[in-house]
Design a protein around this ligand. Structure first.
Ligand SMILES: [Zn+2]
Length: 267
């Protein structure tokens, strides 16, 4: 794994506190900048489906419903802007970049039978961003890999943060979330999707559905996701405790199913 040394330097300079108290987490603004740069690289590197594709239309419609639940004050304070893209690729995965860009692969997208199952994964990813899990994992990694003494010796103050970051792959893929962060993203995702009017039963359904397959989203080589059976149980327990009325899940629109089927024929 390669880390941009200038970024380390920048973080140390920006935090003139005793070594033990240094907060290595990139700020909200830096997360936004980093996420946007990485997203631009991903959009160049992969086949991104056009905005008119019915699957992208759906992804963005559901995304808008979920994001509308985030308090205005939080959005203003962080400056996080959520965007939703669909990559045409067989990988069964989805991921969020710091500051808000979220990407789905068609390999995962075509597994969903209801809008609510899709919304469950989206709400999980949105929660990773809102709770700044990437920034925390990044800081933890830095401390582990370098140690604070090394941090002080390697930085190069002449490079700007922006020029140092050409690391889309690192940002997106090589910093794993902790098991605790995954559980938090499940819990926060559950709350968000329910608030937005989706059926919360979809969360456990989705885990069950993906649990039997080889999916990077549930158990990537890099991440330490909690085991699927405990995630199913946690989501089911929450549903059992609900007193609020549950909306019925909505099936995927016919145009989305048709687009999925057409893609399969083309393969
Ligand atoms: Zn996750």
């Amino acid at each position: 794994m390669t880390f941009p040394l200038a970024l380390i330097g920048w973080l140390v300079i920006a935090n003139p506190a005793p070594a033990s108290a240094i907060d290595l987490r990139p700020s909200d603004r830096e997360q936004v900048k980093l996420g946007q740069q990485a997203a631009a690289e991903i959009r160049q590197k992969y086949k991104i489906l056009p905005a008119r594709d019915p699957r992208v239309v759906l992804l963005r419609r559901l995304g808008a419903k979920l994001v509308a639940q985030i308090p205005e004050t939080e959005r203003k304070r962080t400056g996080f802007t959520f965007t939703f893209d669909l990559i045409r690729h067989k990988e069964v995965n989805a991921f969020a970049l710091p500051g808000g860009p979220i990407f789905f692969y068609t390999g995962l997208f075509e597994r969903f039978e209801t809008e609510d199952q899709l919304a469950a994964v989206m709400a999980h990813e949105i929660t990773h961003v809102r709770q700044k899990h990437w920034a925390t994992s990044y800081a933890d990694n830095m401390k582990r890999q370098f140690g604070l003494a090394v941090l002080f010796s390697v930085f190069d103050v002449n490079q700007s943060l922006a020029s140092a970051i050409t690391i889309a792959d690192d940002v997106a893929f090589t910093i794993p979330y902790s098991r605790k962060q995954e559980t938090k993203a499940d819990d926060g995702g559950y709350d968000l999707m329910f608030q937005a009017g989706f059926s919360p039963t979809a969360m456990s359904q989705m885990f069950k559905k993906l649990g039997g397959e080889k999916t990077d989203w549930l158990s990537s080589k890099l991440s330490s996701h909690p085991d699927t059976s405990s995630r199913i149980k946690r989501a089911e327990d929450r549903v059992k405790q609900e007193s609020r009325p549950m909306p019925a899940p909505r099936r995927m629109p016919p145009a989305v199913m048709a687009a999925n089927a057409a893609d399969k024929i083309r393969k």
